[in-house]
Design a protein around this ligand. Structure first.
Ligand code: SF4
Ligand code: SF4
Length: 78
């Protein structure tokens, strides 16, 4: 168990359809689209690795339930 010192998102690549709505919606511009394909043939997105505020806007912009998980600063993770 660990306490996150910074907010972050995790993208479940195989749930992502590469629509880029989360990239457009993110006010911090911390999501990128990968050139690789997921198992469904889409280019998934990925967190840049820093700069996320945990605002959750990407989560609400995403039409695919379960594609984006938002972790707030201070969240307890495995
Ligand atoms: S939670 Fe907010 S800052 Fe973090 S990736 Fe999503 S939209 Fe961007
Ligand atoms: S909004 Fe959801 S489905 Fe669309 S690119 Fe982002 S994570 Fe993938």
């Amino acid at each position: 168990m660990a306490v996150l010192e910074e907010a972050k998102i995790v993208v479940e690549h195989d749930q992502c359809k590469g629509c880029t709505l989360c990239i457009i919606a993110c006010p911090k511009d911390v999501i990128i689209q990968l050139s690789s394909f997921n198992t469904k043939g889409y280019h998934p997105v990925e967190y840049k690795g820093e700069g996320c505020t945990g605002c959750g806007i990407c989560f609400y912009a995403c039409p695919e339930p379960g594609a984006i998980i938002v972790y707030k600063k201070g969240a307890v993770v495995e």
